[in-house]
Design a protein around this ligand. Structure first.
Ligand code: SAM
Length: 215
């Protein structure tokens, strides 16, 4: 299988074809080899229009969802970005191409370790990973210019809003355990917070102090 062709087709049909227009996001999606972030047996499906299992009952998000959430962050290149839910490390890789530094938190250690290896193999050395409950953020490294949560939250975690820099935005799915709405929270330069809704979506659960309880 020619992964370069598959990736180009994915970007044309699933990303640009659905209205993502930020040139930097499009270029990052063209550049990052998504097939390296899934198990070898899944590699041939990695450019399909779906989320895929990555083990530990978790998923790598659908490519369009990665592109849309990234576009909503409006990254210009100099930001410090926090991601909650490292998973495969693919979203972190896209962010690493588009921002100055990425901090990403995963609660399942084997996923964090695998992601670290793939990111290192691609030379994406501007990504810090820690194993922890990301619903409390990363206070020692705050504030962040942008925060993205890649698991479904019951509500907007207050600690994350607190750790957002003035002028920054937080993108996350909020709703029930079976369906959510993508939400963007903006913090104005005066500290005022506003909330906008985007499309409906379905993510695995955000589990933690300010998320859902583990089963
Ligand atoms: N961004 C990932 C990628 O690019 O592959 C996909 C993330 S997957 C949809 C959601 C991830 O969030 C899972 O790996 C899950 O273990 C993680 N997660 C859930 N609750 C978490 C929490 N409180 N802190 C950190 N990670 C969490």
């Amino acid at each position: 299988m020619n992964y370069d062709i598959a990736r180009k087709r994915m970007v044309e049909t699933q990303v640009v074809g659905r209205g993502v227009s930020d040139r930097r996001v499009i270029d990052a999606m063209l550049k990052v080899p998504r097939h390296l972030f899934v198990e070898e047996a899944m590699a041939s499906q990695s450019y399909n229009d779906t989320p895929l299992p990555i083990g530990e009952k978790q998923t790598i998000s659908q490519p369009y969802m990665v592109a849309l959430m990234t576009e909503l962050l409006e990254l210009k290149g100099k930001e410090r970005v926090l991601e909650i839910g490292t998973g495969s490390g693919y979203q972190a890789a896209i962010l690493a191409v588009l921002a100055d530094r990425v901090y990403t938190i995963e609660r399942i250690r084997p996923l964090a370790m695998r992601a670290r290896k793939v990111l290192d193999s691609l030379g994406l050395l501007n990504v810090n990973i820690k194993v922890d409950d990301g619903t409390c953020g990363w206070p020692e490294e705050a504030p962040f210019d942008a925060i993205i949560v890649t698991a479904g939250a019951p509500e907007i975690p207050e600690d994350l809003v607190r750790q957002l820099a003035p002028g920054g935005c937080l993108v996350l799915p909020v709703g029930s355990q079976v369906s959510q709405t993508l939400v963007r929270v903006r913090k104005g330069t005066d500290g005022a917070v506003s909330v906008e809704q985007s499309i409906g979506c379905r993510f695995v659960k955000l589990i933690g102090k300010h998320g859902w309880e583990a089963e």
